[in-house]
Design a protein around this ligand. Structure first.
Ligand SMILES: [Zn+2]
Ligand SMILES: [Zn+2]
Length: 292
């Protein structure tokens, strides 16, 4: 079956090449259509029906075969056999909770997490584990998306609704009604408003790319805000993401003792201390509390 599809394509293509001089532009175009159809059929036949029966099933089958690898939209076009594969990707993400990021969203995430080498029409499945909670979250996301308030206010509301949970960048972008400013607003919430929104580069190296967690709704004291993300990253990696007082690290996290790491100024702002890596140190929130 697969072989006959491909040999049909070859025969038809050779036929066109032989008669190219005698054909009008329209005749060439019309005779290419059945070749496209054959190729589409071939693409659809690459995954057995028992494994995946619909276009959507074939797309997720393909993603799960190549997780954490950048997949181009054209691959999904071949494997699904449909033009409208982006819609199926959205359904997989929103209705079924598959963590599929798109290149556009990753590129908007300019704070280091965005340097993943993805093009706008690329996709990547972040985890082969389906996020069962996501379908419910998307319902909340939809309500908040349609609510009044600025992009930043809506994003904060969504974070607070999902305190402690892993939120995907695609959800935040959706809340922002696709405005590309979503990434900047999240950074402002962290650096200016002092919300403990963590990513793999801002305190939670265990998280996959494109994932955000609001630790709790308590804002950091004013003196700890306005630390630039690249300074924060420098300090955290220098201190190996561990408390420089008691040695606690994210790997030690457990429910009975839910800590997180914070940055502390060795010389306080009021005494002229600056937001520089030299003046900052990594502490767990318990040790940090004792310092003040
Ligand atoms: Zn500590
Ligand atoms: Zn402090």
């Amino acid at each position: 079956m697969k072989n006959s599809m491909i040999s049909n394509v070859i025969i038809k293509s050779e036929d066109i090449l032989r008669n190219l001089d005698k054909m009008s532009l329209r005749e060439v175009v019309l005779s290419v259509i059945p070749i496209y159809d054959q190729l589409r059929g071939f693409g659809k036949s690459l995954i057995p029906k028992e494994d995946a029966s619909s276009a959507r099933d074939r797309i997720i089958f393909y993603f799960k075969k190549y997780p954490e690898i950048i997949i181009n939209g054209n691959e999904l076009l071949v494997i699904s056999g449909i033009q409208d594969y982006p819609r199926r990707v959205r359904e997989l993400r929103c209705e079924l909770g598959w963590r599929i990021v798109s290149g556009i969203t990753m590129l908007e995430e300019v704070d280091g997490d965005g340097q993943t080498g993805m093009k706008p029409d690329d996709y990547m499945l972040l985890s082969i584990i389906q996020d069962r909670d996501a379908a419910y979250r998307w319902k909340t996301a939809n309500d908040i998306r349609n609510s009044k308030g600025t992009v930043k206010e809506r994003i904060l509301t969504y974070f607070k609704e999902n305190e402690g949970k892993e939120i995907q960048n695609e959800e935040l972008k959706y809340i922002a009604r696709n405005a590309s400013e979503w990434a900047r607003r999240v950074r402002e919430l962290r650096t200016e408003d002092g919300y403990k929104i963590m990513t793999r580069t801002t305190g939670r190296p265990d998280l996959p790319v494109g994932i955000y967690v609001l630790i709790d709704s308590v804002q950091l004291p004013r003196h700890d805000r306005k630390i630039l993300d690249h300074v924060r990253l420098t300090v955290l990696s220098r201190d190996k993401y561990s408390c420089q007082e008691c040695g606690w690290r994210q790997d030690d996290w457990h429910q009975a003792d839910p800590r997180h790491i914070e940055l502390h100024h060795k010389t306080q702002h009021k005494d002229g201390g600056a937001n520089t890596a030299e003046n900052l140190i990594t502490l767990c929130n318990k040790c940090h509390k004792k310092k003040h």
